[in-house]
Write a protein that binds this ligand. Structure first.
Ligand code: ME8
Length: 510
C-alpha cells in the first residue's frame, strides 16, 4: 500500500488581491507536495479561498458588488496566482461550494448533538480585519489612546445573540493532546506560545453571528450565520468527503500537515482540534506556522504601495528563481525581509554561477568531446568516490529536513554538493585531460553527469521547470525522475540533446 500524505495551505480571504505572502505559503507547501510525490507517496494537496464573513462582505460592498460575484472574481485571481506560481494542488476549494456548505452543516449538527453548543449573548470586542474575538485584557492601547487588537487591527464592541462552543471544557484535553503529540505544533517557539495560551484558561467561543448575512446559515436557526473561522477550518475535512466518512477520499484524514502563517496558529492549534475532538473526529497530525515577510524593511501594505505581486516578480526574474529565493533566503519559521537586491544576488551567484555554470561546463564538454553521448562509467578514484558519495547522501538528508519543514537546510545541503562539484571540476580539469588522458576525461565527465542527475532530481520540487530541462539535457527519461530511480544508472552512451543554458544572469535594466 502506498503511504498517503495530505497537506494544506490556509484558504485565503478574497477581500483583496493575492500577494507574495500568500504565494510564499503556497510555494512552501508545493515543494513539500512535490517532494512527497517524488518519494512515492499518494499525495493530496489542498488550497483554496475563504469567502464568507464580514470582511469579504464589506469588501464586496465597497465595490458595489454582490458578495458572491465579488468572491467569484477574486477567487479566480487566487487560482490564477496558484497556477502561475506552479502550485500543484489537487483541489482548489472555495467555501461557497455546495459540498462545503453541507460539510459545515453536518459538523455543526455533530457538535450540537455532542452537547458542545449552546445559545447565549455575545458582548465583547471583534476585529473584522482578523475576523477574531478578543478578550478585554488582550487589547493594547496605542500612544494616542486608541485601543486595538494585539495585531494592531481596529476593534468594535459587538453585542448580539450568538451560539457558543464550549471551548472552556476542552482545556485539559487539549493540554493532554499537546503533551502526547510533541510534534503537533512547530516550530517549538509557537508550540510554547500555544501551550501557555491554553494553560491560561479558555473562554467559550462565539461561533455564530446575527448582525450580517454573508455566511453559512446555522441549521434550524435562520438569522444566525456560522462564524467564518468555523466555516473556514472545516474546508480541510470537506475536501476529504465529510460527512461521508465512507468516501474513498476520507482515507486522507487526518491531515499530515496544515501549513499556516504565524498569526493564525491559534485557530489551527486550539480551536480546530477542539472542534474535531468534540465531533468525534481525529485532529490533524501537525500544524507548522512560518514567519512573516516584510518588504525592503517595511510591513507590506496597500497604503504604503509596497505590496509585491508574485506573478510580476516571476515575469521579471523567472518563476524558479523566485521559488528558490523565497525558501533559501530565510530559515523557514523566521520572519524575513524581501529585497530585489538579495534576490538578484542569489539568482546570479547561486543559480547562474554555482549550478548553471557547473551544468553548462559539464554538458558542453560531453557534447564536444564525447560525441554528445553519456560517457561510460569507469574505475573510480578516491576523489570520484567521495564526490559521488556526498551526492548520494542527499536524498535521505533532504527527506529528514523536508519532513521537518527545514527547506533552507535542505537547500544548504544541496549547495554543499554543488560547491563540491565545482571544486572537483576545477581540480580534475577535464578540459586539459582531453589531450593528456581522454579515457580519464570521460570518467570525470561521467562522475559529474551522475552527480548532476542527483542534484537535478532532488531539486525538482523547488524549481520544477528548470530541473526538468536539466534532466532532459542529462538524458534522464521522464519515468526515471523519482528518487527511487536514482538506484538505476543511466545506460552508457545515452544520447544527450545539445546543451542550453538554464539559469540566465539577471542584469538590472539601465
Ligand atoms: O488568514 N508573510 O487568510 P489570509 C508571510 N482566511 N505569509 C503571509 C503574509 C506575509 N506578509 N501575508 C499573508 C486567512 N501570508 C484565513 C485563513 S485557513 C482555514 C483560513 C500568508 O488571506 C500566511 O500563510 O489573511 C497567512 O497565514 C495567510 O497568508 C493569511 O491569509
Amino acid at each position: 500500500m502506498t503511504d498517503r500524505y495530505f497537506l494544506t495551505t490556509p484558504i485565503y480571504y478574497v477581500n483583496g488581491a493575492p500577494h507574495i505572502g500568500h504565494a510564499y505559503t503556497s510555494i512552501a507547501a508545493d515543494v513539500l507536495a512535490r517532494w512527497k510525490r517524488l518519494d512515492g507517496f499518494d499525495v493530496f494537496f489542498l488550497t483554496g479561498t475563504d469567502e464568507h464573513g464580514q470582511k469579504v462582505e464589506r469588501a464586496a460592498a465597497d465595490e458595489q458588488l454582490d458578495p458572491q460575484r465579488f468572491a467569484d472574481g477574486v477567487a479566480a485571481d487566487f487560482r490564477d496566482m496558484a497556477d502561475r506560481m506552479g502550485i500543484s494542488y489537487d483541489r482548489f476549494i472555495r467555501t461557497t461550494e455546495a459540498d462545503h456548505k453541507a460539510a459545515c452543516t453536518a459538523l455543526w449538527q455533530r457538535l450540537e448533538q455532542a452537547g458542545d453548543i449552546y445559545l447565549g449573548d455575545y458582548a465583547g470586542w471583534y476585529a473584522v480585519r482578523d475576523e477574531a474575538f478578543y478578550a478585554e485584557d488582550e487589547l493594547v492601547t496605542k500612544p494616542d489612546g486608541l485601543r486595538v487588537a494585539p495585531t494592531g487591527a481596529p476593534v468594535q464592541w459587538v453585542r448580539e445573540p450568538s451560539f457558543f462552543f464550549r471551548l472552556s471544557q476542552w482545556q485539559d484535553r487539549l493540554l493532554r493532546f499537546y503533551d502526547e503529540n510533541p510534534d503537533f505544533i512547530a516550530p517549538p517557539s509557537r508550540r510554547n506560545e500555544v501551550v501557555s495560551f491554553v494553560r491560561g484558561g479558555l473562554h467559550d467561543l462565539s461561533i455564530s453571528r446575527t448582525s450580517f448575512t454573508w455566511g453559512i446559515p446555522v441549521p434550524g436557526h435562520p438569522g444566525h450565520v456560522m462564524y467564518v473561522w468555523l466555516d473556514a477550518l472545516t474546508n480541510y475535512i470537506t475536501a476529504c468527503g465529510f460527512p461521508d466518512t465512507d468516501a474513498a477520499s476520507w482515507r486522507y484524514w487526518p491531515a499530515d500537515l496544515h501549513l499556516v502563517g504565524k498569526e493564525i496558529v491559534r485557530f489551527h492549534a486550539v480551536y480546530w482540534p477542539a472542534f474535531l475532538m468534540a465531533a468525534g473526529l481525529s485532529p490533524p497530525k501537525r500544524v507548522y506556522s512560518h514567519g512573516w515577510w516584510t518588504v525592503e524593511g517595511e510591513k507590506m501594505s496597500k497604503s504604503l504601495g509596497n505590496v509585491i505581486e508574485p506573478r510580476e516578480l516571476a515575469a521579471t526574474f523567472g518563476l524558479d528563481a523566485v521559488r528558490y529565493f523565497l525558501l533559501r533566503e530565510v530559515p523557514f519559521g523566521n520572519d524575513g525581509d524581501f529585497s530585489r537586491r538579495a534576490l538578484i544576488q542569489r539568482m546570479n551567484g547561486e543559480l547562474a554561477n554555482d549550478l548553471g555554470n557547473l551544468a553548462q561546463r559539464s554538458l558542453s564538454l560531453m557534447a564536444r568531446n564525447c560525441g554528445g553521448r553519456l560517457p561510460a562509467r569507469g574505475e573510480e578514484t578516491t576523489d570520484d568516490g567521495e564526490l559521488l558519495a556526498s551526492a548520494k547522501a542527499l536524498p535521505p538528508l533532504l527527506r529528514a529536513h523536508i519532513d521537518a519543514q527545514r527547506f533552507h537546510d535542505a537547500l544548504e545541503e544541496v549547495w554543499r554538493v554543488v560547491r563540491a562539484c565545482n571544486a572537483y571540476i576545477d581540480r580534475q580539469a577535464p578540459w586539459s585531460l582531453r589531450r593528456t588522458d581522454p579515457a580519464r576525461m570521460a570518467v570525470v565527465l561521467r562522475v559529474l553527469a551522475d552527480a548532476l542527475r542527483i542534484l537535478a532530481t532532488v531539486l525538482q520540487p523547488f524549481m520544477p521547470d528548470s530541473m526538468a530541462r536539466m534532466l532532459d539535457q542529462l538524458g534522464v527519461p521522464a519515468d526515471h525522475r523519482r528518487l527511487a530511480m536514482l538506484a538505476h544508472p543511466l545506460p552508457d552512451g545515452t544520447l544527450l540533446p545539445p546543451p542550453q543554458g538554464i539559469f540566465p544572469r539577471y542584469a538590472e535594466p539601465a
